[in-house]
Design a protein around this ligand. Structure first.
Ligand code: HEC
Length: 212
């Protein structure tokens, strides 16, 4: 072994270490960005599912309510369709693999009361509504960990339009038979007194992310 060969060997050893370190770094970086891309895709897909489920529920419900009003009138619709919104929510939820429901602070059906997360988002929507900043594109999306599972939570505001007033307008403005039907089906009803454009509540969708 010559004197000159010692540093050369050392250099080779060092170069080897650097090569390994660099490869690991590149691998980690690529692996990392793959994971990030994968997580991003799962989130984007989940949000698309939440939006699709929301459209499906509101569209179907609206269609059925309009048809029923034509056939049975407002009071008849309250009586005959009282469980339909809940049934449809369960159905759409099963079809899309999500939990979907309508929530509000002023419930007609007490099962539509919000959980802690939904209450916070409803308060946020109420602030937006006060500033006149709610439009068709308004929604809230957050990924949360619940019961050791990642969930995408999606909420979209529901506002009052003219056709809603027959059943959600000021109590004194409701037709007698409608007020009576509501009182019979929903004795603890809080969902009257609204005007056109008011925030009524939200559609709330929870989409499980992954299987952990
Ligand atoms: C024919 C009467 C009628 C009309 C018209 C009507 N609703 Fe309702 N609404 C009800 C009844 C009855 C319930 C309770 C449904 C249930 O038991 O799940 C309800 C419940 C709701 C809920 C769920 C929260 C809660 O209080 O339980 C929302 C949100 C809602 N209505 C919004 C609207 C909007 C927005 C419109 C107009 C596009 C509308 N409704 C039109 C009768 C009506």
């Amino acid at each position: 072994m010559t004197c000159a060969s010692v540093p050369r060997t050392r250099l080779g050893w060092k170069r080897g270490i650097w090569t390994v370190a660099l490869s690991l770094l590149v691998l980690a970086a690529c692996g990392g960005s793959n994971d990030a891309a994968e997580a991003n895709k799962i989130r984007t897909d989940a949000e698309a599912t939440a939006r699709r489920a929301t459209e499906k529920l509101t569209g179907t419900l609206m269609g059925e309510v309009q048809k029923s009003i034509k056939e049975r009138g407002l009071a008849g619709t309250v009586t005959h369709c009282s469980n339909r919104a809940q049934e449809l929510s369960t159905l759409v939820g099963a079809e899309e693999g999500v939990v979907i429901r309508r929530v509000t602070e002023k419930t007609r059906n007490p099962v539509d009361a919000p959980d802690v997360f939904e209450r916070r988002v409803l308060a946020h929507f109420a602030q937006l509504a006060q500033r006149g900043e709610i439009d068709a594109s308004t929604a809230y999306v957050e990924v949360v960990r619940e019961d050791d599972r990642e969930m995408l939570r999606f909420l979209k505001p529901i506002t009052i339009k003219k056709p809603c007033l027959g059943c959600h307008g000021p109590s004194t403005s409701l037709a007698d038979d409608v007020r009576q039907a509501i009182h019979e089906q929903y004795p603890s009803d809080l969902a009257t007194g609204y005007s056109e454009g008011d925030l009524r509540g939200a559609v709330s969708v929870s989409v499980p992310l992954g299987e952990d």
